[in-house]
Design a protein around this ligand. Sequence first.
Ligand SMILES: [Zn+2]
Length: 370
Amino acid sequence: MHRTDHVLRSQSIGSQKTLSSFHFGTPGARPKVYIQASLHAEELPGMLTAYHLRRLLEQAEAQGQIQGEIILVPMANPIGLAQRVDHKPMGRFDLNTSENFNRHFPDLCAAVLPLIEGKLGSDGTANVTSIRQAMATHLQAWQPDTELASQRKQLVSLAFDADVVLDLHCDCEAVMHMYTETPCWPAMEPLARLLGARAVLLAKNSGGLSFDESMSGPWWQLAEKLPFPIPQACASTTVELRGEGDVNHTFGKADASALFGYLQHLGAVGGEPPALPELACAATPLAGAQFVKSPVPGLLVFAAKPGDRLALGDLVAEIIDPISGTVHALRAEVPGVVYARTTERYATPGDDLANIAGSVPFRTGNLLGA
Ligand SMILES: [Zn+2]
C-alpha cells in the first residue's frame, strides 16, 4: 500500500487542503476498484467503514492477495469536513458557492465525443481503451479555477478509469440502500446482497451529475449515441450506509467485511469469496420513489420509521400547528419500504421529509433531492 497526498488549489492565502488516497495492488492491474467515503462530509459511516476496510486490505496485501488495483479515499471532502456554522457541521453544500458537493461533476460523454471521432471500431475492448485515453486527455487539460473544482478534478482523476466505483454516503435516518444506474445493476447486485440493502433505486441519469453517474453515465450514453460496440466499462453506485447517527464499530466492521467480500467476488482480492445471501429487496425505479413533502409548516411527528413497509394510504407522519391546533396527515401515495427520513422535527413546505421506494415510475425531471 502506498499513500498519496493530493494538495488542492488554495482558495485563500495561508490555507491549503489535502486529499489523501491509499493505493493497493499494481497500477494498471484489473479489475480496478475505486472506493471513496464522506463526499458529503457529515455522512460519516463510510469513513469508519473505510477505516476498517483499509485494515482488511492491508492484511490481504501482506498475504499477497491483492490481484487488481484498489484505491481507497476514506475522506473525500476536506473542504466540507472543515465547514461549520453555529457549532453544526455543514458538509453537504460548499459554503462559498452553495453548490452540493456531490453535483456538477464533469459530463465525460460530452467531453470525449470530439476526442474519439474516427478512433472507434468493431472491437469493444479496444474502444474502451480509446475512450479511457480520451477521458485522461480531457482531465489532464482541465485547469480547475477554484479549490472546489480542484477537489472534483482530483476525485474524478483517481476514479474515471476504474471498472467499479463505490461512493459511500448515508442519509439522515435510514436503512441500508443504494442508488445505481440501471446498466450497472447486474454488476452491483452482489454488493446489494452482501450489504443487505433494503432498497435499490435505479435510474438512468437522475440529473445533476453526481459523482457515481459522472463515472458510469458516459459508457451507456456513448453506446446509445455511437454505432460501435461500447460495453458498460464502469459500474458505479452510491451506497447509503444507513443514517448519520449509525457510526459504530458493529456496522463499520460488518460493512467493511461486505465490501471486502465484494472485492473478492470481483477478483480484485483473492481468496474464497463469501456466499451471496438472498436479495433483501427488489430493485425499484428512482422515478417510482415518493418524496414525502408537507404543504404546510409545523411540528413533524413520524408514524413510520425507516424499514417500515407501507401500504397505499398508510400514515407516514403528522404535521401539527400548535397555534391553530390543526393536524395535517401525510400518507403513503405509493406502497413500499420507507428507506429514509429526515432528522428534523420541524417541517417547512418543500422539505423532503421521508422517502418511500415505490415500484411504478411516476416522477420525471431531476430525480434527486437537494
Ligand atoms: Zn450523501
